[in-house]
Structure formats: C-alpha cells, structure tokens
Design a protein around this ligand. Structure first.
Ligand SMILES: N[C@@H](CCC(=O)N[C@@H](CS)C(=O)NCC(=O)O)C(=O)O
Length: 202
C-alpha cells in the first residue's frame, strides 16, 4: 500500500497516526495537490489527500474511509469501538474535528487568494464555524483524559490532528492554546505518543 499525502495536511496526519498505532507498514509519498493538474487526480477524482493506493490498484479516500478500513484490517489497537452507540459517538467526535478543520482550511484558502477577490463575509462565516466547533470540543472534553470513554480512540486522534493544525496555521488568528488551556494540555499529552510526535506539522 502507498499513502499519498501532505506533511501539513491534518487529514493525512490522522491516517499516518492510525497506521503507526496499528503497526501497519505503508509507503508514504508526498503529493502536491495545489496545481489543478496533480498526480492525485489519476487515483482520486477529488484530487485530495490523503488517498490510499491499495495493492490491487484501487484507491481509497477520504480519511474517514481510510481509517475505517485500516482499523478493520488489524486487531492491534482497535480505535473504533464495535458497539454501535460507542462507534457512532467516536465518529461524531471525528466529524466535529474534521468539520472544524474544513472551516479552518476554507479560512486559510480564502486568505491566500488575491486581496481584491477575498470575501470578508465568507471568511467570517467559516471563522464562526471554526470558533464554535473549537468551543464545542473544549466544552465536551472538559478536563477528561480521552474524548470518548476511558481509553484512546480515533476520536482523540481526530481531535489531536485538528488542534495540531489549528496551532500550526492559526486560521483567523486563533490562538487555541491560550483560549482553551485544557485543550492544550490534552494535545500535549497526545504528543507524548510517538505516532503524534513523529507526524507533527512543520
Ligand atoms: N474530507 C477529506 C478532506 C481532505 C482535504 O481536504 N485535503 C486537503 C489537504 S489538507 C486537500 O487535498 N486539498 C486540496 C483541494 O481541496 O484541492 C478527508 O478527510 O480526507
């Protein structure tokens, strides 16, 4: 298998962390998806990373589908609970963290457009989603060690990747660490895991 991804891409980081936690061997190739014509298009019509190239030539996307596949191929370190309600709760955390990132990326992409083409109203709408979802993550996590239940799951990985990217890019000038110290402590604990420290955006 080969993972096409980006070093800073938080969704790619989610997949890389799942691979590492589950001890699954996978080649990693950095793919630049910025140009309209890019090497990912041939495998994924959406032209986005992460895209996982399977040994049989098929491609899996997006990160949520890839992590579900990876969690099912090996019993090591199950990250998605089997129980229906628990699984839905973990996937809800992932949807919240990924949705927060989606808004953050839109804020960033907008800021990279020529000044006269930027829409302040559009950026502010996306920044609103970003701020509300960070507040929701902080409120729902509180001072607990893990997002769901009493163990490390995909929920923690998704939230950790979201926090790492928000801190790295600071979309809309957000400084989450000073605004939500409990979230900063949560992220710092995750960074003690090698899967996190090996994949830090830089
Ligand atoms: N929902 C997707 C989002 C993937 C995504 O948006 N990746 C970004 C990089 S962080 C990308 O490929 N952007 C290129 C583009 O949108 O053209 C997932 O979870 O994999």
């Amino acid at each position: 298998m080969k993972l096409l991804g980006g070093i800073i891409s938080p969704y790619t980081r989610k997949v890389r962390i799942v691979l590492a936690e589950k001890k699954i061997e996978c080649e990693f190739e950095i793919a630049d998806v910025n140009p309209p014509e890019n090497p990912v298009n041939a495998h994924n019509p959406l032209g986005k990373v992460p895209t996982l190239l399977m040994d049989d030539g098929t491609a899996l996307f997006d990160s949520r589908v890839i992590v579900e596949f990876l969690d099912s191929v090996s019993p090591i370190a199950r990250l998605i609970p089997e129980d229906n309600r628990e699984r839905v709760a973990v996937r809800r955390w992932e949807a919240l963290a990924d949705g927060c990132l989606d808004a953050g990326l839109l804020v960033r992409y907008e800021s990279l457009r020529p000044k006269k083409e930027q829409s302040a109203a559009w950026s502010s709408k996306q920044a609103g989603k970003l701020k509300r979802s960070l507040a929701a993550i902080a409120g729902e996590l509180g001072e607990r060690a893990w997002c769901h239940g009493d163990r490390y799951t995909l929920a923690d990985i998704a939230v950790g990747c979201c926090l790492g990217w928000v801190d790295f890019r600071k979309p809309a000038g957000i400084e989450y660490r000073s605004e939500y110290p409990a979230l900063a402590r949560f992220y710092d604990r995750l960074m003690e895991r090698q899967a996190f420290s090996d994949t830090v955006p830089k």
